[in-house]
Ligand binder design. Structure first.
Ligand SMILES: Nc1nc2c(ncn2[C@@H]2O[C@H](COP(=O)(O)OP(=O)(O)OP(=O)(O)O)[C@@H](O)[C@H]2O)c(=O)[nH]1
Ligand SMILES: [Mg+2]
Length: 248
């Protein structure tokens, strides 16, 4: 049976438009482009992870930082609503700083820029940004990353791309995490990839398990290749289209 488009109910919750005489989102976009260019020129490849809570972002970064740290300098800025638990976990493997928002559901570029000096950014080869666990708000904010990675774990269900389309549409890469749990959960990698392709055709997909190491080589090789490409040439996201509004 063909899935029918749902009727969206925006009438009671729609945003009111207040004219302040400036296009604030254009200013944010320009700031993100400047940051992206600055990072590229200094040889820092910026990788941003977004996902729902608990998909395995920090665990993947622990493994990635250990692996890449053998050859590259790696920094991580990690966002959470409360606590510095993730930064504490990552500190043994990378230059790390915690951004604690106190309630805000996403990171914004000024927060990133403010904490970046804590990492010694001029010498970084890779800067990872772990956004707040949330598949909605982070997708509406450009942090000046070179690659946006959405992480979907096998415990979340393979139907999530269609339900949270902006996170998948605006991301360059789909990481399917916790592959080791496939024997225990009703999750089909094929269905998830197919669902993602409906909102983002041809999306690069990397299935992996941070626990067993399956797929980690391909993930790290991808990052190294993309860093080479971006720091020596064109930045794909500099050509990325304008955002289409907040929290959709
Ligand atoms: N089985 C399995 N468990 C994993 C894997 N990766 C992470 N986990 C577990 O999943 C849970 C959440 O992992 P985190 O890395 O904290 O997830 P997160 O996305 O950083 O969570 P937030 O920062 O709170 O959004 C932890 O109990 C991890 O041990 C994996 O590859 N396989
Ligand atoms: Mg985390």
């Amino acid at each position: 049976m063909t899935e029918q488009p749902a009727v969206t109910e925006q009438s009671n919750i729609s945003n009111q438009v207040v004219n302040v005489g400036r296009d604030l989102r254009a200013e944010q976009r320009e700031a993100a482009e400047r940051f992206r260019r600055r990072m590229r020129r200094q040889g820092t490849y910026v990788v941003r992870l977004l996902s729902s809570p608990g998909s395995g972002k920090t665990t993947l970064l622990e493994v990635t930082a250990q692996r890449l740290g053998e050859r590259y300098s790696v920094g991580v800025l990690v966002g959470d609503v409360e606590t510095d638990r993730d930064a504490t976990r990552l500190a043994p493997y990378a230059a790390t700083a915690q951004i604690t928002t106190g309630g805000a559901c996403h990171l914004e570029l000024p927060l990133v820029e403010r904490r970046l000096p804590d990492l010694g950014s001029a010498t970084l080869d890779f800067l990872f940004l772990e956004d707040i666990g949330n598949l909605i708000c982070p997708a509406s904010h450009d942090l000046g990353e070179h690659v946006r990675v959405v992480v979907l774990s096998t415990t979340e269900g393979d139907d999530k791309p269609g339900k949270y389309p902006k996170a998948f549409r605006s991301s360059d890469v789909l990481v399917i995490s916790k592959l080791d749990l496939l024997p225990h959960v009703p999750f089909s990698v094929e269905r998830a990839v197919e669902d993602a392709s409906l909102v983002h055709e041809g999306m690069t997909t990397l299935p992996l398990s941070a626990l067993t190491g399956e797929g980690i080589d391909a993930w790290c090789d991808f990052l190294v290749e993309q860093r080479e490409r971006v720091t020596t040439g064109v930045d794909a996201r500099e050509a990325f289209g304008p955002d289409d509004g907040p929290c959709t």
